[in-house]
Design a protein around this ligand. Structure first.
Ligand code: MSS
Length: 364
């Protein structure tokens, strides 16, 4: 893929050689730029914005950023500074855009033609949502969802519901696992990635991880914002989005090879990649060098950073000169195996099929 322009201003500090600029709102990580240490550097992490990020001056005083907490018995606005005294947790999660892999579908899809690089694995620190709920008197009765609203300034003259980034997720999962994060990989969350405060919903697709969050409301119903009601719904090609279709919530089991991608020298070749269980923990990953006829168990690298993290893997293979179709296939802790082919869906969400994710490698 080729850059469609320079890096957008909000991420002009990223590494231009490790990223592919699709649009001013979408920047992808080069497939070979994912390393083997398990955590993705902010310098290569993908960007996906639905709206321009808030201006620098709105986020300059991070601790005074306010988020309104609603649907609890004692609702109120609370600053990041105050949240820091309610508790802290660190979680490693895969952040993956719903549309990651869209470019692998055979049917025409609108939206960025992401290949493998709308995904990263980050360490987030922040306060567990559960602590915030407890501090504000507990949930009001009958709350089924946690609905989070992004803090962007909305374009004028357009119905806010059509453009606002507002997402609902099942309340039980949120109370058990979600955090309100102010730190990413040991630094304040960069503005482009949701600083001063971002909702992190481990195991859920990127869209649910609302950036620069200004409101967290525990609601009876899902949000009626377009992005929730009709957007990010899995539906047959040609069918309109509707609330009764599956929402892009829980991620699937997935893996892909990151190296080598085209050529390798004869002899011992180290085949690298990343694998994750998505909503469930990862169990194992296999690698094939013959397009899926034969599989070998790969070795998981580095520390196990928990259920929602990805794991780099390596297979050391002895390869004679020739051409090899190299791919990987992950299995999650429930025994679900990464799919071979992903069925078409209208918006081209999460292509995870190992056959299309394969790379042809020539050993010379
Ligand atoms: N948030 C907000 N506030 N806004 C926007 O736009 N986007 C989404 C999430 N969140 C948004 C938010 C999406 S869609 C995604 S992926 C993510 O985010 C991304 O991230 P980063 O940091 O990478 O940029 Mo698809 O499913």
């Amino acid at each position: 893929a080729q850059d469609e322009g320079p890096l957008p201003e909000v991420v002009d500090w990223k590494d231009p050689d490790s990223t592919i600029v699709h649009t001013e709102f979408t920047v992808e990580t080069e497939r070979g730029a994912i390393g083997t240490s398990g955590i993705t550097s902010k310098d290569v992490l993908y960007l996906r914005n639905n709206l321009p990020s808030p201006d620098e001056d709105r986020v300059a005083d991070r601790d005074s950023w306010e988020v309104s907490i609603e649907g609890v018995r004692e609702p109120r606005s609370i600053t990041v500074g105050e949240l820091k005294d309610l508790g802290v947790e660190t979680v490693a999660t895969v952040l993956q855009c719903s549309g990651n892999g869209r470019g692998f579908f055979d049917h025409d899809t609108s939206g960025s033609q992401w290949l493998t690089g709308a995904a990263g694995n980050l360490l987030w620190s922040g306060v567990p949502v559960r602590n915030v709920v407890d501090a504000l008197g507990g949930l009001e009765d009958g709350r089924n969802f946690m609905t989070s609203t992004g803090g962007e300034t909305l374009p004028e003259g357009i119905d806010a519901k059509q453009v606002v980034v507002e997402r609902s997720v099942p309340v039980d999962h949120a109370v058990e696992h979600a955090i309100l994060a102010w730190e990413m990989n040991g630094e304040p969350v960069p503005r482009a990635h949701g600083g001063p405060l971002r909702v992190i919903v481990p195991g859920y697709y990127g869209i649910n991880n609302v950036k620069y969050v200004k409101r967290v409301s525990f609601t009876e119903e899902e949000s009626d914002a377009a992005i929730m009601r009709t957007g990010y719904r899995v539906r047959p090609v040609g069918v309109d989005g509707a609330p009764d279709q599956p929402s892009m919530w829980e991620m699937k089991v997935k893996s892909w090879v990151t190296r080598p991608l085209a050529e390798a020298g004869t002899g011992r070749v180290q085949i690298h990649g990343v694998a994750f269980g998505g909503f469930n923990a990862l169990d194992s990953v296999e690698v094939s060098t013959d397009g899926g006829d034969n599989w070998q168990q790969a070795r998981l690298l580095g520390p196990d950073l928990g259920r929602f993290s990805w794991r780099p893997f390596v297979l050391s293979a002895e390869l004679e000169p020739g051409t090899y179709t190299v791919t990987s296939r992950a299995t999650d802790a429930e025994g679900t195996v990464q799919e071979e082919v992903t069925a078409p869906n209208h918006r081209g969400y999460d292509y995870s099929g190992w056959r299309a994710l394969a790379v042809d490698v020539t050993v010379v």
